[in-house]
Write a protein that binds this ligand. Structure first.
Ligand SMILES: [Zn+2]
Ligand SMILES: [Zn+2]
Length: 397
């Protein structure tokens, strides 16, 4: 087992470097998807392609019709030009201009393929009582590849009792594992807000509406919703765009704002959306102008289920001990489309520490790189999680 883990880690590292050098954006992961399906076929997995266009599912059938487990990795890269820290250039730097793996999904895909190798060997000796389902999803970044897989029947085709995901996390010690019960990543929504009034001469504001002033009042009042109305419910509201006017002596007729809302609790999300609309329309009415707000629904919160998280916690403790387990982590206000899968199937999304990184380099940074040192822990986590899952299903914890 030890020797075979080392071999699997070596192969996962090679695959990681290859994928890193050939990053592909959302729904364009054809090369990556091909590497994944070919590798799974070599390992004698049943391979299914085509869900969410470039998604791949690998299956090791159970010897009985016992409960099954799903493990998920994401394959897409980001539209960022890779710029490694000077002196830290790597031979596997992105060869696709303007695209790079700045979120470590190259590492996620490779870790799960490394685990696939060990699991396939174990399965040939003695199949598990239920299916092992490995899900390689496209388009996690912004485009909802996970949602598309679910909508296209992922869990009808491959029913699983629990589902798990692992994301590398910079700033956490390398190879440590972090998790928490309940929400671990936020829901995100975006909105466009237009304030429409009567433009006029800037020297004579009495003859029109000052939509810049009204929009500014809206920004101030919207911040009060998160800071004053809900002291016990974490949320973030950021106004990220404010466009109005193009002259020194004209008060414009329109102001255009945009922003994003991050929340953890679904009912709080609904409540805040209603309050934002009430505030915007109330202020528009008070100032005699028109306002419209248009929402673009983003990802739901990623909410870990208690029993699945307990299994992940037990597995992490076995693997890295209490000193290597960060529990509970402080949830992130970032978002994840694994949240969609968790709306269908209970599961747990955990973090694996990527180490401090170059100068505290964070995800989505042009110098970011997944840490090869953590491949082994990631592979062992997946394998152990599957072993523990089936041991518990068979009443043999
Ligand atoms: Zn990302
Ligand atoms: Zn990511």
């Amino acid at each position: 087992m030890v020797a075979s883990i080392q071999e699997a880690v070596g192969r996962a590292r090679d695959i990681r470097h290859d994928i890193h050098a050939h990053p592909e954006l959302a729904f364009q992961e054809r090369r990556t998807s091909e590497i994944v399906s070919r590798r799974l076929q070599e390992l004698d997995f049943q391979v299914h392609t085509g869900l969410a266009r470039t998604g791949v599912v690998g299956l090791l059938p159970g010897k009985n019709r016992g409960p099954s487990i799903g493990l998920r990795a994401d394959m897409d890269a980001l539209p960022i030009e890779e710029r490694p820290t000077p002196g830290k250039e790597k031979p596997y730097i992105s060869t696709h201009r303007g695209t790079m793996h700045a979120c470590g999904h190259d590492g996620h895909t490779s870790m799960l393929l490394g685990a696939a190798e060990i699991l396939a060997r174990r399965w040939k000796e003695n199949p598990f009582s239920g299916d092992v389902v490995l899900i390689f999803q496209p388009a996690e970044e912004n485009e909802g590849g996970g949602k598309e897989m679910v909508q296209q029947g992922l869990f009808q085709k491959f029913p699983v009792k629990q589902i798990f995901a692992l994301h590398n996390w910079p700033g956490m010690p390398a190879g440590s594992i972090g998790l928490c019960d309940g929400p671990i990543m936020a829901a995100y929504d975006r909105f466009d807000l237009t304030v429409l009034g009567e433009g006029c001469h800037a020297a004579m504001p009495q003859f029109g509406d000052d939509v810049i002033l009204v929009a500014s009042e809206m920004i101030q009042s919207l911040q009060k919703l998160t800071s004053r109305n809900h002291p016990f419910e974490p949320s973030v509201l950021s106004i990220t765009r404010f466009h109005a006017g193009d002259a020194y002596n004209v008060l414009p007729a329109t102001a255009e704002l945009a922003g994003t809302l991050r929340t953890f609790d679904p009912s709080h999300r609904e409540r805040l959306i209603r309050e934002i609309e009430r505030t915007v329309h109330g202020l528009a009415g008070a100032n005699g102008v028109q306002a419209s707000i248009e929402w673009k629904e983003g990802y739901p919160a990623t909410i870990n289920e208690k029993e699945a998280t307990a299994l992940a916690r037990r597995t992490a403790l076995q693997l890295v001990g209490p000193q290597g387990l960060v529990d509970p982590v402080q949830p992130s206000t970032g978002s994840e489309d694994f949240g969609y899968m968790l709306q269908s199937v209970p599961g747990c999304y955990a973090w694996i520490g990527n180490g401090p990184g170059e100068g505290g380099c964070l995800l989505h940074n042009p110098a970011y790189d997944f840490n090869d040192e953590i491949l082994e822990t990631g592979i062992r986590y997946w394998v152990q999680l599957v072993e523990n899952f089936f041991a518990e299903q068979e009443g043999n914890p």
